[in-house]
Design a protein around this ligand. Structure first.
Ligand code: NAD
Ligand code: UDX
Length: 458
């Protein structure tokens, strides 16, 4: 029976996942470690409003378990040493250098974890891959552990995480399934027992290691493919007079197709979809499966096209120039109810408009200014000084909307719906344009108020 768990990586996955495991297993001590001191300090902040991650429901879970059997620490070695089971939940970004640059997953953090576990472990450990990894990574992990360890036994399990940001706590409380891949029955059962504290057993699937690793990439690829499919149809709707929401509804009513993940948008973002599909494409190519690779690559190409075409639509509609024009961005996060902006469509739409010397003023309820500038600076399109000259981040929506030539809705935050749009209209320049990248607002209401309203797929 497992008594102590360590989790390396206190990010968007490690933090919420371990909080729920601790909440539901009060008899297990769960320690989440990270080398990022500021992040750990934020997880330990007495004021729960300062947790490093914004997720609805997270503060309640942390309040219940923290200090009881849930701990956050920078003492990585100590946590590894004491644990029976170690989750690896570190980031696996797309490689930015060398072989596979721009496509393959960068496994340097994973390898560092394996070497650290091997160096410290003096008793047998179950090592759980929680990070999303290329298929067959467990083989490399096992080799590092067995060759650099001090003779103790390591069992590797794959247990990919399927939570979505913004709904992480409810996804963790009520998962569609928990997936556990492994070779050793006792190790598998030890992890099944932890989830069985709250997940019905028929939702806990066990497979071999490679199926589990690959299933995570495939699940994200299928989800993203649905978004790209409906986004491709959104462009056809704009050309033909069909309405993409009506098409999605008609198509999604077919129980074989289903209605979820058919919301046309300015493009999917987030830290997972693009990274995981690029990784799938890279893996397929490495096995010389070029048709397979090309098929999935198209999901990314279409997504890039959707972001570009939204920006170009703004420019074209505003008489082919946005130079010096004030464009209010409502939202920067990649979806509502998260403070995460990794790969957000807003970054790329902004970059395109800034190339045309637009003056962008951003308001997002949860994403801080320094993060927005970091996102833009990371593209390297222009100097940090130019990014700050052309783009301003404000603390209230009215500051963004005052005197704007246009509003662009980039994130579907509920509060944007509740604004007094009649007042907004009075504050804006004429004609007052609204470009709705999330199909959040009501066309009729806005047109009655005199807005020029454009929404994806209409
Ligand atoms: P993240 O960047 O938010 O967190 C990763 C953390 O790991 C960081 O805080 C980093 O400091 C820490 N870390 C890295 N190397 C370390 C080391 N050697 N020792 C100690 N700490 C270390 O990443 P995330 O969003 O939590 O994603 C983690 C993994 O989970 C990725 O593989 C991702 O693909 C996968 N995943 C993410 C999501 C999601 O919604 N974000 C969902 C499912 C799966
Ligand atoms: C995704 C997967 O859903 C989750 O299972 C996995 O563990 C991690 O990756 P996440 O990226 O957090 O989760 O959010 P998700 O809800 O999947 O949205 C991803 C992007 O697609 C967002 O930018 C969202 O706005 C966009 N999207 C989603 C659409 O544009 N239309 C849709 O119908 C659904």
């Amino acid at each position: 029976m497992i008594k102590k768990i360590a989790c390396i990586g206190a990010g968007y996955v490690g933090g919420p996942t371990m909080s729920v495991i601790a909440q539901k297993n009060p008899h297990i001590q769960v320690t989440v470690v990270d080398m990022n001191q500021a992040r750990i300090a934020a997880w330990n902040d007495p004021d729960l409003a300062n947790l490093p991650i914004y997720e609805p429901g997270l503060t309640d879970v942390v309040a219940e378990a923290r200090g009881r059997n849930l701990f956050f620490s920078t003492e990585v070695d100590q946590a590894i040493h004491e644990a029976d089971m170690i989750f690896i939940s570190v980031n696996t970004p797309t490689k930015t250098y060398g072989k596979g640059k721009g496509q393959a997953a960068d496994l340097k953090y994973i390898e560092l974890c394996a070497r650290q576990i091997a160096a410290v472990a003096s008793t047998d450990k179950i090592v759980v891959e929680k990070s999303t990894l290329p298929v067959r990574t467990a083989q490399a992990l096992k080799s590092i552990l067995d060759n650099t360890g001090s003779g103790v036994n390591f069992h590797i399990l794959s247990n990919p995480e399927f939570l979505a940001e913004g709904t992480a706590i409810s996804d963790l409380h009520h998962p569609d399934r928990v997936l556990i891949g492994g070779e050793d029955d006792r190790a598998i059962q030890a992890l099944v027992d932890i989830y069985a504290s709250w997940v019905p057993e028929d939702r806990i699937l066990t497979t071999n290691l490679w199926s589990s690793e690959l299933s995570k990439l495939v699940a994200n690829a299928f989800l993203a493919q649905r978004v790209s499919s409906i986004n491709s149809i959104s462009e056809l709707c704009e050309a033909t007079g069909a309405n993409v929401d009506e098409v999605a509804r008609a198509v999604g009513k077919d129980s074989r197709i289903g209605s979820k993940f058919l919301k046309a948008s300015v493009g999917f973002g987030g830290s997972c979809f693009q990274k995981d599909i690029l990784n799938l494409v890279y893996i397929a190519r490495s096995y010389n499966l070029h048709e397979v690779a090309d098929y999935w690559e198209q999901v990314i190409l279409l997504n890039d096209h959707q972001k570009t075409r939204f920006a170009e639509r703004i420019i074209r509609t505003m008489y082919n120039t946005v130079n010096g024009k004030h464009i209010a961005f409502l939202g920067w996060a990649f979806k509502k109810d998260t403070n995460d902006s990794r790969e957000s469509a807003a970054i790329y739409v902004a970059d395109h408009l800034l190339e045309e010397e637009a003056q962008i003023v951003v308001y997002d309820p949860k994403v801080p200014a320094e993060q927005i500038y970091r996102d833009l600076d990371a593209l390297g399109t222009r100097s940090p000084e130019d990014n700050r000259r052309l783009l301003q981040v404000v603390e209230s929506p009215s500051l963004a909307l005052q005197d704007a030539h246009a509003v662009a809705v980039l994130t579907e935050w509920d509060e944007f719906r509740t604004y007094d749009w009649a007042l907004v209209k009075q504050q804006m320049k004429r004609p007052a344009f609204v470009f709705d990248g999330r199909k959040l607002l009501n066309r009729k209401d806005l047109e009655v108020l005199g807005f020029q309203y454009y929404a994806i797929g209409e």
